[in-house]
Design a protein around this ligand. Structure first.
Ligand SMILES: Cc1ncc(COP(=O)(O)O)c(C=O)c1O
Length: 409
């Protein structure tokens, strides 16, 4: 079992007071706080091992290269991929999806093809496809969402066809916390010959995720939403697909050789091995070290425990929030189909007013569209307030939150 009180001791920021009140951090879907282990690992890297990777034979470069490779290995194991060749470090989920769009989509999608996404996607799983469709002329189709925010599987099955070349969906919605049945979607998509890209920004931090079991082709996630630093995340890709793909960023580190032909007066380029052929330029080495520490931390806690703790918090929050007459909660109420994200509104108040009121008591929540405007339009919401939980949150914090929501009325 997970002990949130013990865990809290390891997060220095949770000792802070905001507006003279103890900090209650319920904006975990946006980014999570960092434990001492992550902060220390990064400090240790800069104090003792800092050097560029893959370039020099000196001791520091050997050490930083080893750490950076180990970080890939840790992430690979965490999602049960085939090894570090399948793990590309990127800035985060947004860059991972853009990498697939431009490194795979630019060459493989053409007029007459379709990309199937869903109406619950974060903008980062919509905009790259809409942008690319303007260059390549394919169509972006949207599977519908039910009124409770769950995916409409019938709409998905009606929308998919032999024209669909890739299905791009979020594993867990960042607005409602709804968990979609990715395994089922992947099976159907593969029957139609389409690839499957999963936006796992809200699932890898909160649930056990096994890419082999899900049988998906790409998985994108961000380190900062899982206790790691900002500016680092990962794209998993099936090895055979990554091998066929051309790189996204050209530059140093991603090539094996660049040779100049004196007759044609052109350079020819041979590419580096996986995953380096996708990591052009000096990478975020310290970010990788921080992400490795975050993954180790979560492994020690146990992802099943993380999931159960969040389900307990969510169930309790749902119960307590129902006592607040003017509060409307959106999304499903069954915690077996969702993660710890609760979108809501308070009658007569804008979501920003609710967030400001709670902030004056030290409670941090999100307000607005949460980068998912199409979903808000579908649910007929101008905006929503969003509380999202993580391993360090407690039932007492939810009590305080619910009492204040009552007071606001
Ligand atoms: C579901 C989902 N996808 C993508 C993103 C984008 O992540 P990042 O900003 O780390 O690239 C987020 C961030 O909120 C998200 O929740």
């Amino acid at each position: 079992m997970l002990d949130p009180y013990k865990i809290r001791e390891e997060f220095p920021i949770l000792k802070r007071k905001i507006n003279d009140h103890p900090l209650i951090y319920f904006d975990n879907a946006a980014t999570t706080q960092k434990p001492e282990q992550v902060i220390e690992a990064m400090k240790e890297f800069y104090e003792n091992h800092n050097a560029n990777v893959h370039r020099a034979i000196h001791t520091l470069s050997q050490e930083s290269s080893e750490l950076y490779e180990n970080a890939h290995e840790e992430v690979a194991k965490f999602i049960n991929s085939g090894g570090m060749e399948e793990i590309i470090f990127v800035r985060g989920t947004t860059e991972a999806i853009n990498l697939v769009a431009y490194a795979w989509g630019l060459r493989n999608l053409k007029r007459g093809d379709e990309v199937l996404v869903t109406l619950m996607e974060h903008h980062s799983n919509i905009v790259p496809w809409e942008n690319l469709s303007k260059i390549n002329g394919f169509q972006v189709k949207y599977a519908d969402v039910n009124n409770d925010g769950t995916l409409n599987y019938e709409s998905f099955e009606n929308a998919i066809s032999r024209k669909t070349k890739i299905v791009c969906l979020s594993h867990v919605s960042n607005v409602t916390g709804v968990i979609s049945n990715v395994k089922k979607i992947a099976k159907i998509a593969h029957e139609y010959g389409a690839l499957v890209l999963v936006d796992a920004a809200q699932s890898v931090p909160h649930l056990p995720v096994d890419v082999k079991d899900l049988d998906i082709d790409f998985l994108a996630f961000s380190g900062h939403k899982m206790l790691g630093p900002t500016g680092i995340g990962a794209l998993y890709g099936k090895r055979e697909i990554l091998e066929e793909m051309e790189p996204f960023h050209g530059g140093g580190s991603m090539i094996r050789e660049v040779t100049f032909n004196t007759i044609t007066r052109r350079c020819s380029v041979s590419l580096n091995d996986l995953p380096w052929k996708f990591e052009g330029g000096t990478p975020n080495i310290c970010g990788g070290v921080g992400l490795m520490a975050a993954v180790k931390y979560l492994k020690d806690v146990g992802m099943e425990n993380v999931k159960r703790h969040e389900a307990d918090l969510t169930e309790y929050a749902l119960r307590r929030m129902k006592e607040c007459a003017k509060v409307t909660i959106y999304g499903p109420k069954d915690v077996s189909v969702k993660c710890g994200i609760l979108p809501f509104n308070v009658e007569g108040l804008s979501s920003h007013d609710v967030a400001l009121f709670l902030d004056s008591y030290g409670i941090m929540i999100r307000s607005g569209f949460h980068c998912a405007q199409p979903l808000h339009e579908k649910l007929k919401l101008k905006s929503s307030a969003r509380a999202s939980f993580y391993i360090y949150n407690t039932l007492e914090e939810i009590d305080r939150f619910a009492e204040l929501l009552k007071e606001i009325e």
